[in-house]
Write a new protein. Structure first.
Length: 423
């Protein structure tokens, strides 16, 4: 950290953030300095802090917070991240490097908090638990403030989503929730213990976002039980989202009998009971909303917009066939979609390279990952003998949702760049 007492002003700036702005000294920073980059944002919150602090003196609260931050900050640094800011008992951490390291760091934080909590329980103190929301995307590091005080902070929708996911960990009773943008950027996916949780539609948004739990920080017995129950849980979630509560409910009850404190299972069981009582299915209306391209989806580039319009049309056809259970002609639709996606990706990548787009590597990596997932699901569809609803749901979250989110999140930034580029 650097501290500057010049002109009655005190500014604390993470050295990593300072370097991102291309500055060597905090005194060089000026309000308005800005740098864009791809980052993974982790919003880390301590559960039940209000209840814990109520029984402590002010000095005790300070000591407690220092112990808390003293536990997580070294781990964040070890995994090449840094803390952008503290907000009460919460911390906003930034990871610039590989997404895998950011997720592993958060798993280690959960384990460290569990160890800290174990010691507290032995002293008769309330247990501790962390909630972490992870999201990856393009962010802006900016120096904001005035002549008397400047703060370097990370801003953007990527940050807002990470904070929202952290808040939602309480709903599902999980420690770590990550967005599909983080999930899709993991290189060594098989080395993580993950499960799909839900599709959420953020306020003011039209496109659903898939979210996942990373449960590698759970105690070993609980972790192994979740892994063993994963096939039943996955199918129950798929049935639920397709409105088949009669199929989802018994699967969820089976899971809950074996792991009674599984918060995600409890949440879906609550929804099933609510449906049986009212006939209303929470968070399922959007499953029947098919994408229609309109001017609000334009990225401002004629060729890209034309491709997106065609992709939206193809995706809508695919979704309608899936919902109608018509798998007899789905092969031809998927084949066309695969060819058109390839043409679209290559067109975008040629544009990015010729115009020296800053985030070419990250954008292309997203394309490459999608191509692998798409190919795997096509092979599964072609093999036949699949559970229609389960595979259909996976097609929806791994292909349809990904395409829609990519065209409305990553591509607009590219469109803005191309509008200004001379190439």
């Amino acid at each position: 950290m650097h501290e500057d007492h010049g002109a009655g002003c005190t500014r604390f700036v993470p050295e990593s953030a300072l370097r991102l702005l291309g500055r060597n000294d905090v005194r060089e920073v000026r309000a308005g300095d800005i740098a864009e980059l791809v980052a993974t944002i982790a919003f880390i919150d301590l559960r039940n802090f209000t209840a814990i602090s109520e029984v402590l003196t002010p000095e005790g609260v300070v000591r407690f917070l220092n112990d808390w931050y003293g536990t997580i900050e070294p781990l964040i640094t070890e995994y090449d991240g840094f803390i952008d800011k503290y907000v009460g008992d919460a911390a906003l951490a930034v990871f610039i490097g590989p997404v895998d390291r950011a997720v592993r760091c958060c798993v280690e934080i959960v384990k460290a908090v569990e160890e800290l909590s174990r010691g507290r329980l032995m002293e008769g103190l309330p247990p501790l638990r962390a909630g972490i929301g992870l999201n990856t995307g393009i962010v802006a590091f900016a120096a904001v403030g005035s002549a008397n005080r400047v703060d370097i902070t990370v801003i953007g929708d990527t940050v807002n989503v990470a904070a929202r996911l952290e808040a939602m960990t309480k709903t599902y009773g999980v420690d770590i929730m990550l967005s599909e943008q983080t999930y899709a950027r993991l290189k060594d996916l098989a080395s993580f213990e993950l499960r799909f949780l839900d599709r959420i539609v953020a306020r003011g948004k039209k496109i659903p976002l898939s979210v996942y739990e990373a449960y590698g920080g759970d105690p070993e017995t609980r972790r192994e039980t979740k892994k063993r129950l994963l096939p039943d849980f996955d199918r129950a979630v798929a049935w639920y989202h397709y409105g088949r509560v009669d199929e989802a409910h018994p699967l969820l009850e089976r899971c809950a009998d074996i792991l009674p404190d599984d918060g995600a299972c409890i949440e879906y069981l609550r929804r099933c009971v609510e449906f049986e009582r009212t006939g209303l299915l929470e968070q399922a209306v959007e499953m029947k909303v098919y994408p229609v391209w309109g001017p609000e989806f334009s990225v401002g580039h004629k060729t890209i917009d034309l491709h997106h319009k065609k992709l939206f049309e193809s995706v809508a056809v695919l979704m309608r066939m899936i919902d109608a259970g018509d798998f007899s002609r789905i092969g031809s639709v998927v084949e066309f979609l695969a060819k058109y996606v390839d043409i679209h990706f290559r067109t975008e990548e040629d544009l990015m390279k010729s115009c020296s787009y800053t985030f070419y590597e990250d954008h292309k990596a997203q394309h490459d990952r999608f191509a692998l997932v798409f190919a795997d699901l096509v092979r599964e569809l072609q093999a036949g003998g699949h559970n229609g609803v389960y595979v259909a749901f996976r097609v929806r979250i791994l292909i349809v949702d990904w395409l829609l989110n990519h065209t409305t999140k990553a591509d607009p930034h590219l469109g803005h760049f191309l509008a200004k580029a001379v190439c």
